[in-house]
Design a protein. Sequence first.
Length: 94
Amino acid sequence: MSMELLFENRKLIGKNILNIIKDKGYTKSSFSRLTNISRPTLDKLIKGEVDSLATFKTHIQKILDSQNMDEEQLLNYVPKYKAKKELVFALSDN
């Protein structure tokens, strides 16, 4: 799998990065420090707004290295967190 394919799917990659951050209990700030990616750049990656392939490659590689993942695992990432549970109300005559 090529980094170019990830770049073409950068909106999906951004969602997957955010899911990884949530699933592993990071904050954006802690993930930024872990990967040595500035917060503004991390936000751009998450939003899929990095337009330079070279910049994208550099930062995605940092994320892959920090998470021991490859390109395919990042592209096909399945979130682990569960959807929010619905509130259930029980009515009582008391």
